[in-house]
Design a binder for this molecule. Structure first.
Ligand code: C2E
Ligand code: MG
Ligand code: MG
Ligand code: MG
Length: 290
């Protein structure tokens, strides 16, 4: 909405941070050296199969602490985009994730999705496809899913489209992030090589208390199914929300604080190990429902 009023991302985060112009330039300087110095960290939020509760993947989320103070991703990602740093930041995150997955390998048996947020700007880089290939090569069988946000509308430029095709040919998969709250029409689902939609947390927010909200989310799920897309429901915070997804949840996946918060790599490895053990002992047990 800020964009629609002609207010750029920079102004938005300056406002959010209550910062002056000088402080903002300072922030960008610090961000630049943090990226160059490898100080951007990555945490992981498990994604579960709703029917079984089992971990089927994880989303990689960038983290940055500036002088010990965590800066919200919405702030530093916007800053990076506005300051022309997002391609470097994105490359760094992708390399870090690939290296992390390599160390996770021994904990993972069977299919696993690792999703990474990318900025549309990265799809304009000629070198991006090679970065994706290297990442996939290091990830040995873990599926790399690149999340593209539809918030600003999806870029349907032929260059971007051909880049998407090349990424998929290389073995990566594409997800539309923040689905259902952006400016795009849904017809691009037909035009793009998309495999997953991630229903924005806003769509799940009221499903436990509002029948229309529930009906809306369920039709998004049905649409995804009809189109043969994987669907991830974001922002599940309560048992009631999880229950409101209904009983017909085959293939449906979800993320949210109810199940797991984003965590550091070591915790993710331990969490996956516990998940595997619990399920080996009692495969019918659903840890969140009932
Ligand atoms: P996103 O990709 O939609 O990621 C989901 C956000 O929801 C994350 O916020 C996650 O921590 C949060 N979340 C997960 N479960 C719940 C829940 O149950 N309730 C609530 N209220 N929130 C939940 P986070 O980590 O602050 O990231 C914010 C956004 O920053 C991301 O939204 C994504 O758009 C962007 N982002 C993060 N890392 C990267 C990155 O490496 N590259 C790019 N381009 N963008 C990134
Ligand atoms: Mg995402
Ligand atoms: Mg999302
Ligand atoms: Mg989001």
């Amino acid at each position: 909405a800020a964009k629609a009023k002609g207010e750029g991302g920079v102004e938005k985060y300056v406002r959010a941070m209550g910062q002056s112009r000088l402080e903002r330039l300072d922030l960008i300087d610090d961000l630049r050296s943090a990226i160059a110095g490898g100080e951007i960290n990555v945490v992981y939020q498990p994604i579960i199969a709703v029917e079984t509760g089992r971990i089927v993947g994880a989303e990689a989320l960038a983290r940055w602490s500036r002088d010990g103070v965590p800066i919200p991703p919405d702030v530093f990602i916007t800053a990076a985009e506005d300051a022309g740093l997002i391609v470097d930041l994105g490359d760094h995150v992708l390399r870090r994730v690939a290296a992390d997955v390599a160390t996770l390998r021994s904990h993972i048996d069977g299919p696993f999705l690792m999703t990474v947020n990318i900025s549309a700007r990265q799809l304009r880089e000629a070198t991006f496809v090679d970065s994706v290939r290297s990442a996939i090569a290091a990830m040995h069988g873990v599926t790399l899913v690149l999340e593209i946000t539809e918030r600003q509308g999806i870029d349907l430029d032929p260059i971007v489209l051909s880049r998407m095709e090349a990424i998929c040919a290389a073995g990566a998969r594409l997800a539309v992030d923040d689905f259902g709250v952006g400016f795009s029409s849904i017809s691009y689902l037909h035009d793009l090589p998309v495999h997953y939609i991630k229903a924005d947390a806003a769509l799940a927010q009221d499903i436990a208390v509002d029948e229309r909200a529930r009906a809306l989310l369920r039709s998004v799920i049905a649409m995804g199914r009809t189109l043969g897309l994987g669907v991830v429901i974001e922002g599940i915070e309560s048992d009631d929300q999880l229950a409101a997804l209904g009983n017909d949840t085959g293939e449906l996946t979800a993320q949210g604080y109810l199940m797991y918060r984003p965590m550091v790599l070591d915790r993710l490895a331990a969490t996956i190990a516990v998940d595997r053990d619990v399920n080996a002992q009692a495969p019918q047990d659903h840890r969140w429902r009932g």
